[in-house]
Write a protein that binds this ligand. Structure first.
Ligand SMILES: *Cc1c(COP(=O)(O)O)cnc(C)c1O
Length: 341
């Protein structure tokens, strides 16, 4: 049995999702004539209580578009040192928008309003870059699936308003945070100038993200998406997966969270594990003892059909997801318990 835990992006469309694709009514989305894409965008905008939404091929493109719209070349954005926009988008912040990042040394990818205040460059001090945007991530990826406290977001929002900064949420796994913290999408919609959400992570779609914001922002986003090469034609086949996933795959995220919790509990009892980071959602980050190389550890697991990824510093990451079945889970826990070093 192959057990792939490298990411929650590895899922394949279920029979139900494939049927939704077959049944989808499509049109040319570059002319905004794809009824299924329009439907998905409307549902997501309404779900978050925001005016407008736009479908993107990837979360990276949705984030990069938001950053481009909220900044001018030479500006600086504020984000955590673990942020996806800084670490994992190929340097797009500088490539696409000519912007630098002021990194905050946060906790598990999260920071405080006080740290934001300390990171804003004085607007009249023309020697330093102009701060124009704060980017946060919920749940945090490199931070191990941690969920932000909504009250901290509210404080940062006030800081953004008083300092004329835009506020962007990289919500690649916002659904996990919503299910875990029992918040409503509208709680987030109220606070941010833009939110990107992924359909191809926990929700199990083959591809696709959506950027949400005001009508004015999204009207501008269409041009940036076109420039980045993200204008697609009969993409309703992918949007149909999104509509299907919103109806069928959100509540069940709690099952992924439960499995991750059980893996945490198993790992924390093993003698060769140094530390397991607190599991909140579907990401488990753990550190193995220094006398075992992570390469060896990964190779042994690979030999047993299990795939995880290394995060450097002897840290490993695994992510539970829709296609990680109960049977695989049982088998994986047994493999872990049987490991000997
Ligand atoms: C996956 C992810 C993205 C977007 O990634 P794509 O692979 O481009 O869809 C953005 N932010 C975070 C935190 C992610 O985990």
């Amino acid at each position: 049995m192959k057990i792939n835990l490298i990411s929650d992006t590895v899922t394949k469309p279920s029979q139900g999702m494939l049927k939704a694709m077959l049944d989808a009514e499509v049109g040319d989305d570059v002319f905004k004539e794809d009824p299924t894409v329009n439907k998905l965008e409307n549902i997501i905008a309404q779900t978050f209580g925001m005016e407008s939404a736009l479908f993107f091929p990837s979360g990276t493109m949705a984030n990069q578009t938001a950053i481009n719209l909220h900044t001018n070349p030479g500006d600086q954005l504020i984000c955590d040192k673990y942020a996806h926009v800084y670490n994992y988008e190929g340097g797009g912040v500088s490539f696409n928008s000519g912007v630098s990042c002021k990194l905050i040394n946060g906790e598990r990818g999260m920071f405080t309003n006080k740290q934001v205040l300390e990171s804003i460059n004085p607007p009249d001090f023309y020697h330093s870059p102009k701060t124009s945007l704060v980017c946060v991530e919920n749940t945090t990826n490199k931070g191990g699936g941690a969920c932000w406290d909504l009250d901290e977001f509210k404080k940062i929002k006030q800081t953004c308003i008083s300092n004329n900064l835009s506020f962007h949420l990289d919500g690649a796994r916002i659904w996990n945070a919503i299910v875990k913290t029992e918040k409503k999408p509208k709680d987030f919609g109220l606070l941010f100038d833009s939110i990107s959400v992924c359909l191809s992570k926990g929700l199990g779609c083959p591809s696709g993200s959506v950027l949400i914001g005001s009508k004015e922002l999204i009207n501008k986003a269409i041009r940036i998406r076109k420039i980045l090469g993200g204008g697609m034609r009969q993409v309703g086949y992918l949007a149909a997966c999104g509509v299907y996933a919103l109806e069928n795959n959100i509540e069940r995220l709690s099952e992924d969270h439960l499995k991750a919790k059980e893996i945490e509990s198993t790992l924390s009892k093993l003698s060769f594990i140094k530390k397991v980071e607190k599991v909140e959602t579907n990401i488990v980050i753990f550190e193995i003892k220094a006398n075992i190389s992570s390469e060896l550890f990964l190779n042994i697991l690979n030999g047993k059909g299990v795939e995880l990824i290394s995060m450097g510093d002897n840290k490993l990451r695994l992510v539970t997801h829709l296609d990680y079945s109960n049977e695989m889970h049982k088998s994986f826990l047994k493999i872990l318990n049987d490991l000997k070093f």
